[in-house]
Ligand binder design. Sequence first.
Ligand SMILES: Cc1cc2nc3c(=O)[nH]c(=O)nc-3n(C[C@H](O)[C@H](O)[C@H](O)COP(=O)(O)OP(=O)(O)OC[C@H]3O[C@@H](n4cnc5c(N)ncnc54)[C@H](O)[C@@H]3O)c2cc1C
Length: 430
Amino acid sequence: MSFPDASSSFWNAISPPAPKLERLQRDMQADCVVVGAGFTGLNAAWHLMRRGLQVCVLEAHEPGWGASGRNGGMAVLRYKYGWSALARKFGNEATLLLYKLVQEAVNGIESNVQELGIDGGFKRCGHITAAHTSADFQALRDDIDWLAATAGDRVPRLLSRSEAAEAIGTSVYRGGYLDSRAGGVNPLGYARELASALSARGLAMFSSTPVVKVESGEGRYRVHTEGGSVTARHLVIATNAYTGMRDLPGGLARRIIPVTSSVIATRPVPEDVYSSILPGGELVTDTRHLVNYFRRIPGNRILFGGRGSLSGLEKDEIYAGLFKQLCATFPALDSVSVEFRWSGRVAVTLDDFPHVGSWASDGYFAMGYGGRGVALTHVLGRALADMVVGAKADMGPMGKPLNDVPLHAWRLPAMNVVASYYRLRDLLSI
Ligand SMILES: Cc1cc2nc3c(=O)[nH]c(=O)nc-3n(C[C@H](O)[C@H](O)[C@H](O)COP(=O)(O)OP(=O)(O)OC[C@H]3O[C@@H](n4cnc5c(N)ncnc54)[C@H](O)[C@@H]3O)c2cc1C
């Protein structure tokens, strides 16, 4: 399996440098070891530090190297399924809990920014869920009705077809759902600033330090790296879609399906065209089965992302396909070239929820965010810290066990079939 980096990303071009951290080159002790310095690991570490634990974070590359530093930077207030579908499946009470948790998730970014004095490009710029079909539009209307009637929340607004066309700058969508509280970040900048701030507050964190083996016994984990080890009572695995990179315990890699998401960012777009695309600065995710997401980014550029290659290998045709979709959405961008392109891995679960839990006594994980981890990592990271100290964290469906994906070894051919099926359904708008 190949794991390309994202040094060619737009975020890498505009972010502050990664904090200067050492490789682990000794044996040490801590209360808790966290493997992975993405948003999950960093948030878990921060919440554990606040609870007075000695934490050690081990990162194979550098903070934000994984999906956390490569994503679209969209901190959205929705799950994969809308509120009314969730209420039908889980009932109002569980759906209200999910609603509360996703609000806390976006608030979590804001409070990190405020408490730790970082910037991360965070702004509550709003997010539009753009309806690909009229059935999708009706589902968004149902969500607005559910929120008003059950959660008493009248902030999200339904956009008619013409309102969506004006807000987004394209007439390809049937309408939309606008939540003005959603936030945008520069994800790599935020990850690096968060890591620097925690390191300055005394967090022991090591870069270029892959965990290669874990031993357990006598109520302790001994976590080995090439240069040294950490012994601790608690172990948190926060490696999400990169879990399969090394042989970590708990069989966690078999519980998720890693899927590649790819992104392009244009060269600066001429002002007369740029002014018509997302003039209000909102972020957009559409309701296609193979989702497209896009936004404005600094320097009059447009970021556009979607499904990447199934093998995870970098392929020109994937980026050419994204550019085609960008131009189908905004024909005026036809003459604007792409300056940045990169890919990363998201972890998909069978129920489309991320999960937080334990895989052994004092061994915990959180993973499986799909394309929705920017905000949710903040509440699952907090839940990890709660679990480590023995506090209860009611996470609803996200706290349910995460089981192995059946026939995991056959996931690539299966995904090929599923992707072709969804591509066809998207084309036919069904
Ligand atoms: C292209 C793309 C676009 C996306 N867009 C959005 C979006 O707009 N909005 C949204 O909500 N979500 C989005 N996502 C999803 C979101 O980025 C992820 O859900 C989230 O960042 C997961 O964070 P994490 O900390 O759990 O994992 P990651 O950030 O992937 O971090 C895992 C870390 O574990 C480390 N690691 C792995 N194995 C080891 C080991 N053996 N030893 C030490 N370290 C190890 C890796 O190096 C990595 O740094 C997107 C994802 C991608 C790839």
